[in-house]
Design a protein around this ligand. Structure first.
Ligand code: PBG
Length: 323
C-alpha cells in the first residue's frame, strides 16, 4: 500500500503549519546593538549598514523610547571614539565621563527598565584598533585584562546591568568577575563573547566605529574559523570563570557551534548576527535579488532552531515591526 505516513499532511494549510511550528520569534529574543557618537542632533547612516545609524546622546533617548515601545527591552552599547582620544592603553575607556559612561546613564535615565549591556574591549579606544594593549607588535594578554577589569567597573558604576567582554583575552572573565564582586557589583552580569571567531564579517562594524586594526589582524586572539572543539573549551572555561551568558559570533556561518554549545552547557546561549551578515542581506535585497523580509525571518529562525536563547541582531527593529 502507498505509505500510511504522508508528511505533507502537516503542511496542507496555514493553520496546520502554525500548529506544528517548532519555533517562533518574539521581541523577547532580541538584544539590540546601538552605536553612539559625540555631538548633538546626530543620526548618521552607516554606509555599509543601510538603515542603521549612529546616534548622538540626545537622539539616543528617542531611539530607546521607540525600542521600549516595540517591546525591545535590552540594548548592547558601542561607542565611536574621536581619534584624538585614542591611545595604546585605551585610557579614555576609563573616563567616568566618557561617551560610554554617559550613554549608559542616558539610557537608564530615559528608560530605567531597559537592560543595558556594554561592549568591553579596547578596540574603539585603541590607536592601533586592537582589542588589547600592543607591545612590540604583540597584543599583550595580562596587562589588557587589567584594563578590561577597570573598564567593566567603570561601566558598572555608570549603571550597566551587564558587561560584555568581546576581546578574547585569556582569563578576563574570572578577573572581571572578581573585580565586580570586590567592588560590590554582585548583580552586574557578564555576557561573555566566548566563541568569537576571527571573522571578515565584522567589516561593516569596523566602518561604523572606525575601529579597523591599524596593523595585522585579530587572529592571535580571536578564534580560527576551522575550529570546533576549541569553541567548547573556550565556553566551558568562561562558564567556570563566572560568565552568566555565553555567546557565539558571528551567527549564520557558525550555527553548528551554537547548537553544540546549547547541547553541552546549561547557561543561556546568545548568538550575534554580525554586521557583515546584515550588510549581505541588505545589499542583495536592495538589488532585488532577495526578498528582504523573508530572508531576514529565515535567518533569525535559523538561530532559534540552532538553540539560541538570545539574538543580537541589527534586524531587531525591522523584524519586530513585522510580527
Ligand atoms: C569589538 C567588537 C567587534 C564586534 C563586536 N565587538 C569587532 C571586532 O572584534 O573586530 C563585531 C560586531 C559586528 O560585526 O557586528 N571587539
Amino acid at each position: 500500500m502507498f505509505p500510511l505516513r504522508r508528511n505533507r499532511r502537516l503542511r496542507t494549510n496555514k493553520a496546520i503549519r502554525s500548529l506544528v511550528r517548532e519555533n517562533s520569534i518574539t521581541p523577547n529574543d532580541f538584544l539590540v546593538p546601538l552605536f553612539v557618537v559625540e555631538g548633538k542632533g546626530v543620526k548618521e547612516e552607516i554606509p555599509s549598514m543601510p538603515n542603521y545609524y549612529r546616534f548622538s546622546l540626545d537622539l539616543l533617548e528617542q531611539e530607546i523610547k521607540n525600542l521600549w515601545q516595540m517591546g525591545l527591552k535590552s540594548v548592547l552599547l558601542f561607542v565611536k571614539v574621536p581619534d584624538n582620544l585614542k591611545d595604546n592603553k585605551g585610557t579614555e575607556a576609563l573616563n567616568p565621563n566618557g561617551l560610554m559612561q554617559r550613554a549608559i546613564k542616558t539610557v537608564k535615565n530615559v528608560c530605567p527598565e531597559m537592560l543595558v549591556m556594554t561592549d568591553v574591549a579596547l578596540d574603539p579606544y585603541s590607536s592601533y584598533g586592537h582589542d588589547g594593549i600592543v607591545e612590540d607588535g604583540i597584543i599583550v594578554n595580562d596587562p589588557t585584562v587589567g584594563v578590561l577589569c577597570n573598564m567593566s567597573l567603570s561601566h558598572a558604576e555608570a549603571g550597566a546591568d551587564f558587561v560584555a567582554p568581546s576581546d578574547m583575552m585569556d582569563g578576563r572573565i574570572l578577573n572581571i568577575r572578581e573585580a565586580l564582586e570586590d567592588d560590590g557589583f554582585t548583580d552586574v552580569g557578564i555576557m561573555s563573547y566566548s566563541a568569537k571567531y576571527a571573522s571578515a564579517f565584522y567589516g561593516p562594524f569596523r566602518d561604523a566605529l572606525d575601529s579597523a586594526p591599524g596593523f595585522g589582524d585579530k587572529k592571535t586572539y580571536q578564534m580560527d574559523s576551522a575550529n570546533r572543539f576549541e569553541a567548547l573549551r573556550e565556553t566551558e572555561m568562561d562558564i567556570d570563570e563566572g560568565a552568566d551568558i555565553v555567546m557565539v559570533k558571528p551567527g549564520i556561518p557558525y550555527l553548528d557551534i551554537v547548537r553544540e554549545i546549547k547541547n553541552e552547557f546549561d547557561v543561556p546561549v546568545a548568538v550575534y548576527q554580525v554586521s557583515g551578515e546584515y550588510a549581505m542581506l541588505k545589499a542583495a535585497s536592495e538589488k532585488g535579488w532577495l526578498d528582504h523580509d523573508q530572508v531576514m525571518i529565515e535567518s533569525i529562525m535559523s538561530f532559534k532552531r540552532a538553540g539560541a536563547d538570545i539574538i543580537a541582531s541589527y534586524f531587531a527593529k525591522d523584524i519586530v515591526k513585522l510580527l
